[in-house]
Design a binder for this molecule. Structure first.
Ligand code: ZN
Length: 342
């Protein structure tokens, strides 16, 4: 077989194989097989040119180049064809039917306690209060002593606390924030301090060892109990409805004098008596009172010139009353069936 016949045959063989190729990888393999510089079939034929008559060589070279160009052209064409076919296939299979119904994505939402806390904060922000936070690990001084609860005082039993070591505990109420705020700024003070508290309570439907409180404090000149009543009555109406009435019963806290428990008339039975209000027609929503002069003096305020009121409420309790939830443990169980309702 002459070298020209060999080249013709090679081209014919290449044409057939290229026409049958179905992938980019296969075409790349064919390129190497026919045109590769090492072991390619065309290269092998050209190597044998050395034995030829020098006058024939230019012609052989010309034909070989034509064959090479033809094969390269075929490979490029086939590649384009395969690409187009593949593209069309993908376009038709991945077609988007815009008439299909969408997939529902359930949006996340704030936990019921966060929502309740958010509402409480908004109400007091509207009254010009700022929001501050304090540490969850407190010293004995801030948690008790600065709030007029000296060591060994029987009233300490009102707060059954988790001690980390002597003198250091998980705060058992948010009231320490009152002292921290007053130490930092001069009157007037108008602040609410939300946060987590911890007590060694036995867990039941209304008690949990971890819970949230919101502490409120207002100190200025000529602040009276009437200001306290007006503020908390406004809060009760904003939180539980315009028709709510409030009542202030005498109570006791070491850091307020006088002290009161704040009641609203039962919004479940409208005062007729039910399970929520224990048939009294009234529900306790928080503790409050006029800041004890000793607490003011402790932070260096002039208790002759300044007076103030403080209040503290349980966020869980407010949420339980608002949504008629009868077990505090539901807040912490992460049961979506419960949480989705709010
Ligand atoms: Zn009731």
């Amino acid at each position: 077989m002459s070298i020209f016949e060999q080249l013709t045959q090679l081209q014919k063989g290449a044409e057939e194989k290229i026409a049958a190729a179905v992938s980019k990888e296969e075409l790349e393999g064919l390129w190497t097989q026919f045109l590769g510089r090492k072991g390619g079939e065309l290269t092998a034929i050209l190597r044998s040119v050395k034995g030829l008559d020098p006058q024939e060589r230019p012609l052989v070279g010309k034909v070989a180049n034509e064959v090479k160009g033809a094969i390269e052209g075929l490979i490029a064409k086939r590649q384009e064809l395969l690409y187009q076919a593949n593209l069309e296939k993908r376009l038709s299979s991945e077609q988007l039917d815009v008439t299909l119904p969408g997939r529902w994505q359930e949006p996340g939402r704030a936990h019921i306690l966060s929502q309740t806390l958010g509402r409480i904060k908004e109400i007091f922000k509207g009254l010009g209060y700022s929001v501050m936070a304090g540490p969850e690990i407190e010293t004995d001084y801030y948690n008790f002593e600065a709030l007029n609860i000296p060591a060994n005082h029987p009233s300490r039993e009102m707060w059954d606390s988790f001690f980390l070591r002597p003198g250091l505990l998980m705060r058992s109420h948010t009231s320490p924030n009152q002292v921290r705020v007053m130490e930092r700024q001069d009157p007037p003070v108008r602040v609410v301090c939300p946060g987590k508290c911890y007590r060694r309570d036995a867990v039941d439907a209304t008690h949990f060892w971890e819970f949230h409180q919101v502490e409120g404090l207002l100190v200025d000149e000529r602040v009276t109990f009437a200001d306290l009543k007006g503020t908390l009555e406004l809060f009760a109406k904003a939180m539980f409805g315009e028709r709510r009435r409030t009542r202030f019963n005498p109570s006791y806290f070491p850091f307020t004098e006088p002290s009161a428990e704040v009641m609203v008339d039962c919004f479940v039975c409208e005062g007729k008596g039910c399970r929520v209000c224990k048939n009294s027609g009234w529900i306790e929503i928080m503790g409050a009172g006029m800041v004890h002069p000793r607490v003011l003096q402790g932070v260096g305020y002039d208790s002759e010139r300044y007076s103030g009121f403080a209040f503290g409420m349980g966020v869980e309790r407010i949420a339980m009353l608002t949504y008629a939830i009868d077990d505090i443990r539901l807040f912490y169980e992460d049961d979506l069936r419960f949480l989705r309702q709010f």
